[in-house]
Design a protein around this ligand. Structure first.
Ligand SMILES: [Zn+2]
Length: 215
């Protein structure tokens, strides 16, 4: 965030909380400088959303460290979800034997993921794409769950004890393409579904298992 963007953020905050922004001009200039330093790595749009989340949860005036902490969590979360690889087709010019080039591209990708410019490469992207039979595009369907997967899933989530809330809404749906937090939609008419596509649940569960295995 540039100092100009910091100024914009502070003027947005002033609209919702008049306790934050300094009234005195000299103090205000110092405040902008200080916020801009703390939030140097944070994109303006993310900061705006973080402000909204802060006031949804707290009655305290927001401090730049609150936004920075949310940004650090997001970076950690994004890097945690990234498998630390990318698809070779993203870098057609890259010689597979060029180790230096590969490392540089990987580092750039991790930086982009951390900064929010690239989506983490998750399980879905690593699954074989079968979009061709659906008329092209990159609609990746998960490979059928094998017995080992089902066994682990039953251990972790016995059917009758599964949470009633659709936790799989937290992930992107591989079937209809709904973003995290958005309901699934029927593909032929785009209408909102009551439930979710089963593959979305599989993606969510696979993610839980991956996270469990790493920690
Ligand atoms: Zn769906």
């Amino acid at each position: 965030m540039t100092p100009e963007e910091t100024l914009e953020l502070l003027s947005q905050i002033a609209l919702v909380d008049d306790r934050v922004v300094k009234v005195d001009h000299i103090e205000q200039r110092a405040q902008v400088t200080m916020w801009a330093v703390v939030l140097r790595d944070v994109p303006l749009q993310f900061a705006g959303e973080a402000v909204g989340r802060h006031y949804a949860e707290s009655a305290w005036p927001i401090m730049p460290k609150d936004i920075a902490a949310r940004w650090r969590d997001q970076v950690r979360d994004r890097l945690g979800r990234s498998t630390g690889t990318f698809e070779p087709t993203d870098h057609p010019h890259l010689d597979p034997d060029d180790v230096g080039g590969y490392v540089a591209a990987l580092r750039a990708h991790r930086g982009a993921v951390a900064g929010g410019d690239a989506e983490p490469v998750g399980l879905r992207e690593l699954m074989p794409a079968v979009g061709d039979r659906l008329g092209g595009g990159r609609v990746a369907e998960l490979v059928p769950a094998n017995d080992e997967f089902r066994e682990v899933r039953e251990q972790q989530y016995p059917r009758r004890e599964r949470p009633a809330v659709a936790v799989e809404l937290a992930v992107h749906c591989p079937v209809c393409g709904s973003s995290p937090g958005r309901p699934c939609r029927l593909q032929h008419n785009g209408r909102q579904m009551k439930g979710t596509h089963p593959s979305r649940r599989d993606v969510w569960e696979a993610q839980q298992m991956t996270e469990g295995a790493e920690s």
